[in-house]
Design a protein around this ligand. Structure first.
Ligand SMILES: C[S@@+](CC[C@H](N)C(=O)[O-])C[C@H]1O[C@@H](n2cnc3c(N)ncnc32)[C@H](O)[C@@H]1O
Length: 262
């Protein structure tokens, strides 16, 4: 499959972009307007981002858990999970490692990690109780109960209930693409404590080379430098993963490590 085309310069929040998009895809306009209306209502009821996004996930998961994590079909759910899994295994994720998945969703990739790792070595966290219920259903469907994975509901990304230097790999796919910068900052401020000395933290994000922007407080677009600088402020090294850029996926990936790089 050819690499997914990334549009790195578009400002999706601008009126011009939105009008052009509506002209190119008129059939998508009613659905977008419904979503914009629902989101405005949810934003009024939930002032902080985590509560707001949890409500978005509740509404989306009630309709379809696979679509709620961004997959339009079961085939794409399987493919996206496999892409995440294969990438980490190629980069050295071994059965003896401990892995924390931030924003694990309904275990699109998580079930493969759980299957690969020793019992008890996988920990998935998420802000949405609804998607975690769907995650438990995935565990049952995939017959992975004997692997006793941990699934925890969280309110923030301080990881205060997790031990020091515990995880060799921390993984967050399509989470910061839905997170304002203060959420990313909170994560980077605390992830170093729980990361093993030789560990790495990979996260995907929606990359722009133009102005940073957001759409409906659901989708956030960042410049690489912003995230690399933020990691440095917390004493962590970060770099864009060039080999991920070659894969058919619209987001980019950054790897964070202790010290000067992995
Ligand atoms: C697009 S889904 C991706 C799920 C999973 N990573 C995957 O690739 O299938 C984003 C997930 O991140 C969760 N999430 C969003 N913001 C979060 C946060 N600040 N902390 C933890 N989870 C978060 C959502 O509830 C949702 O389950």
């Amino acid at each position: 499959m050819p690499p997914a085309q990334k549009n790195l310069t578009a400002d999706r929040s601008s009126l011009l972009h939105r009008a052009g998009y509506a002209l190119r895809h008129p059939q998508r306009v009613p659905r977008h307007l419904l979503r914009a209306g629902r989101d405005a209502w949810l934003r009024m009821r939930h002032r902080d981002h985590v509560s707001y996004y949890r409500a978005v996930m509740r509404s989306d998961t009630a309709r379809n858990p696979q679509a709620a994590v961004g997959s339009r079909s079961h085939e794409s759910w399987l493919r996206l999970g496999k892409m995440q899994f294969d990438y980490l295994v190629q980069h050295g994720l071994a059965p003896g490692d401990r892995l924390l998945e931030i924003g694990c969703g309904n275990l699109r990739a998580g079930w493969r990690f759980i299957d690969h790792l020793e019992p008890g070595a996988y920990h998935g966290i998420d802000i949405s109780p609804d998607i975690l219920a769907a995650a438990r259903r995935t565990l049952i469907e995939r017959d992975l109960r004997d692997k006793v994975p941990h699934l925890s509901l969280v309110q923030n990304l301080t990881f205060d209930f997790l031990p020091d230097a515990h995880f060799r790999v921390v993984h967050a796919h399509s989470v910061f693409s839905h997170s304002p910068l203060d959420v990313v900052d909170e994560c980077l401020a605390h992830v170093g404590r729980i990361l093993a000395p030789d560990g790495w933290f990979d996260f995907t994000f929606d990359r722009t080379t133009g102005p940073e922007h957001q759409v409906l407080r659901e989708d956030f677009y960042y410049r690489t430098e912003t995230l690399v600088d933020l990691a440095a402020r917390h004493g962590l090294a970060a770099r864009l993963m060039d080999d991920w850029e070659k894969l058919p996926h619209g987001q980019s990936k950054i790897r964070v490590t202790h010290g000067t790089g992995h």
